[in-house]
Ligand binder design. Structure first.
Ligand SMILES: C[S@@+](CC[C@H](N)C(=O)[O-])C[C@H]1O[C@@H](n2cnc3c(N)ncnc32)[C@H](O)[C@@H]1O
Length: 483
């Protein structure tokens, strides 16, 4: 169904309305109202729905890419944009119509961060007239014209940073406005990483996400695949973290996704940091492996490829919807019948069934987490998370770890991983697990030679940071059960 946002109608001044910007505003409103994801690459159902919507709107590929980038860009920079808007507008933002607010945010984003020229702002004025009312279009006109003037004169307000001598809270708040993150998260990072590194992390979170491909070693090699795809115009580079299996996409991802490489099972979109977690698990052909939190299945499929499709891989997840499609993708990627056993269900409920047979050689708990390592890809996540979520997640992770530990055979390996940067979900979670579970010990990754040295902490954990490793933030610990 086409909504008023998408009709090519004549706006004030006889201009044809811009359907791309209409779609951007529509998606920004959806994110606010429904919690839709502000990212269109990846396997989550939210992302798939957004993709289908884009296709229905009959925007061409270039317009679709513009929508994706602008929706994510505005969402990431929302706090800074609202600060600027507050300086330009004489009324509390809470009283502004959400549709008008979305148009103003988009206008300021395009003007101040996306390098759009001042004359492009008339499209926002027309959009406001169509989807809000004439009064709103007057306000958009006044605010954006004022911004264009001040930008040209070099007088557009900039948020000031608190001095190094200011309190932690004041520094976190000012950095939170300038680099558009919630104060509570910035405060946590300032305490641990210091001012300079926190600002670098936040800048990385605001950048356009970079994507990697995991090349399916059951079908081809990274080198051969790279040569083949480069001839299609994509620019790919060897991953510095896992060069055997991963390529970094420098440009041409959209074309790549349109081609048959994914559906033919030659590759999948997966960050190389996720690959490092599987490298730490190091599953071997012929083993029995359990992925206890498997959906949508990126790590399970990489584990399967490393096992050469030999042995048994059980993929459990309580979200049946997110597991749907994993078996089919496994077949497309060349896994033999009977190798991949996909079991939707709660790990707690399935625990007893799974323990029959003496336990697994290797168990992966890729736990539900705050996701603070993937804020560039999940543009809206920073605004959704609260300190209370952390408490709930830490409790759930501990529960999953305890259940999974009972499913590891004596002498077997348990890998716990998150895409969080928060110690409660990572090092502290593992320290508490080891205290209450005497049969397990930490196997520091540096002694194993499975990972490149730059991604290891002094205690031997895997830990990547977006600004240091040009990768998603990931954490993993390898735990060995006594024989
Ligand atoms: C970080 S995601 C896993 C991502 C996955 N390993 C991959 O690489 O595609 C965490 C998963 O844990 C699942 N989960 C949460 N609680 C669970 C439970 N009690 N039993 C099984 N799965 C659970 C969630 O549904 C979610 O899919």
């Amino acid at each position: 169904m086409r909504t008023p946002y998408h009709r090519d109608r004549t706006g004030s001044g006889g201009r044809v309305l811009d359907t791309t910007r209409g779609e951007i505003v529509h998606q920004l409103l959806r994110i606010e109202a429904e919690g839709a994801f502000a990212g269109l690459v990846g396997g989550s159902p939210g992302q798939k729905v957004a993709k289908r919507r884009l296709r229905r709107k009959e925007l061409d590929k270039r317009q679709q890419a513009r929508v994706t980038a602008a929706v994510a860009g505005v969402t990431r920079r929302r706090r800074r944009l609202d600060w600027l808007l507050q300086q330009l507008l004489n009324r509390p933002l809470a009283k502004v119509d959400p549709r008008l607010l979305a148009i103003l945010r988009l206008g300021l984003f395009e003007l101040t961060m996306a390098g759009k020229a001042g004359h492009a702002m008339s499209a926002h004025v027309d959009l406001a007239a169509l989807i809000v009312n004439k009064g709103a279009s007057g306000m958009v006109n006044a605010v954006l014209r004022n911004a264009v003037r001040q930008l040209a004169a070099g007088t557009l307000p900039e948020p000031a940073l608190a001095p190094a001598t200011a309190s932690l809270e004041a520094r976190a708040d000012s950095l939170g406005v300038a680099l558009s993150h919630p104060t509570w998260l910035v405060e946590r990072w300032l305490r641990r990483l210091g001012d300079q590194e926190t600002a670098e992390l936040m800048a990385a979170n605001n950048s356009e996400p970079a994507y990697c491909l995991r090349v399916n070693r059951l079908r081809t090699t990274a080198a051969a695949f790279k040569d083949e795809l480069c001839s299609t115009g994509a620019v790919l580079a060897e991953s510095p973290l896992l060069p055997e299996d991963f390529l970094c996409v420098e440009s041409g991802l959209a074309g790549l996704l349109r081609g048959a490489a994914l559906s033919d099972g030659l590759c999948q979109v997966q960050d190389h940091a996720a690959g490092l977690v599987v490298a730490l698990l190091n599953p071997q052909p012929g083993e029995a492996v359990l992925d206890a939190c498997a959906a949508p299945g990126g790590k399970a499929l990489y584990a399967a490829a490393r096992m050469g499709g030999q042995g048994r891989l059980v993929a459990v997840d309580r979200s049946a919807a997110r597991l749907r499609g994993l078996a089919e993708t496994g077949r497309a990627q060349g896994l033999p019948e009977g190798f991949l056993d996909v079991r939707p269900g709660d790990l707690q409920a399935l625990g007893e069934q799974l323990s029959a047979g003496g336990g697994f050689d290797r168990v992966l708990v890729d736990a539900p987490c705050s996701g603070t390592g993937v804020l560039t890809k999940r543009a809206d996540l920073r605004w959704r998370r609260t300190p209370l979520d952390l408490l709930d997640l830490v409790a759930l992770q501990a529960e999953l770890l305890d259940i999974a530990a009972r499913l590891v055979r004596p002498g077997g390996v348990l890998v716990y991983s998150t895409c969080s940067l928060e110690p409660e979900e990572n090092e502290e979670q593992i320290a508490r697990f080891l205290e209450r579970t005497p049969g397990f010990r930490l196997q520091p990754a540096d002694a194993l030679g499975l990972l490149p040295p730059g991604v290891l902490t002094p205690q031997g954990y895997l830990a990547t940071l977006p600004h240091r490793h040009a990768a998603d933030g990931a954490f993993a610990a390898r735990l060995l059960r006594a024989s």
